[in-house]
Write a protein that binds this ligand. Sequence first.
Ligand code: PHE
Ligand code: NA
Length: 454
Amino acid sequence: MENRAQWGTRAGFILAAVGSAIGLGNIWRFPAVAYENGGGAFFIPYLFALLTAGIPILIMEFTLGHKYRGSAPLSFFRMSKKTEWIGWWGVFVSFVISTYYAVIIAWAISYSYFSFNLSWGSDTEGFLFNDYLNLTVSPGEAGSLVPGVLIPLVLVWIVTLGVLFKGVKKGIERANKIFIPTLVVLFLIIVVRALTLPGALDGLDNFFKPNFDALTSPSVWVAAYGQIFFSLSVCFAIMITYSSYLPKKSDITNNAFITGFSNSGFELLAGIGVFAALGFMANQAGVPVSEVVSGGVGLAFVVFPQIINEFPALNGLFGFLFFASLVLAGLSSLISISETYVAGISEKLGLSRTKAVAVGGGLAALISLLFATQGGLFFLDAADYFINQFGVAFVGLVEVVAIAWFLRKLSNLQTHANEISDIPLGGWWKACLGVITPLVLGYMMFGLFKQNLL
Ligand code: PHE
Ligand code: NA
């Protein structure tokens, strides 16, 4: 207990938390989600979700980790023996995500390399699915490992587990201190360049054009909450784990606001960059922007290579910058999800960090091989669907209801946070966690059940 690992500096902790938050969700998820859910009008439910759920939960998780000084399962256990399983649930969700998140980072490594001579050619879709992923027609015939994916995947795990082996300060903190500032610089270069391309403004116009009618649709609000949860990495056991390494004197609420706003700031930046680039693409193809909008794997690995093909100059360089950004954003998130189970296993089984990394990380790496086979993309889609439907929001609901209503611990946590923080938590914080968040999450769960069972 006494010699629990600690962050070296406050900035180190914030960079690690921001590193976890900024990930693929910001770059390829947010722009498309915002566009589909009201464009400029989406910022209203989005900000509402950030302020009523995202940041309040982040504060709660930071306080939990700081007060009980344990990985998520241990912190929950120390709060009440009955809730240890909630921590393990979050850890499990993180574990599953890490197995396929690693594979997508591996693709981005390959694509950084392909950028140099635009090896994807003009049929970028054919290249991704046939030439690169060597996809089979059905998951049943999963086929063998694809060497082009396997090699960068091994690299991803070497880096990630290497960082975790080194520990909190020398590993996680140091890596984020390098990755995050580099990411911001690379990404800014891309955004500025994208903004100067023909058609960029048309792209932005499409992105920001508000559709206020959308605000009357509950699904738009649900999308805003979903985006905030995933994007801020709350309810994944991560932020509890990271804050358990904070020194006794730490301004918890301030740190949470900084983390929340940094993540959203980057998200906005990504939205601008992506839509400027999409506007350029539409301009080149002579079609409306709405015809080229996409998100996820399709945006990053099919549409972006096309955009890079059309770049007026330095194509290879900008392709490299884009995919390297994905790699950096992804790695800092992968490190954080993997730390949840490394910490959880090590404390539960009394293993050293080295052994916990070998066991937990080794197992995750092994399972991730499944996604590097010829049927990998099918499994990846399935795992991702499952996690998005039954993972995050579900854990969030259980976590918040257990703490606010069953254990009635909010006042307790509030006192703890207020003793050390600048911004005092008041009734607003308890109302957000005790009432607003459970209602919205309950509604989300109800909708999911209806959709899946009826
Ligand atoms: N917050 C990350 C993103 O926006 C995703 C993530 C989710 C990372 C869960 C870790 C754990 O991409
Ligand atoms: Na994010």
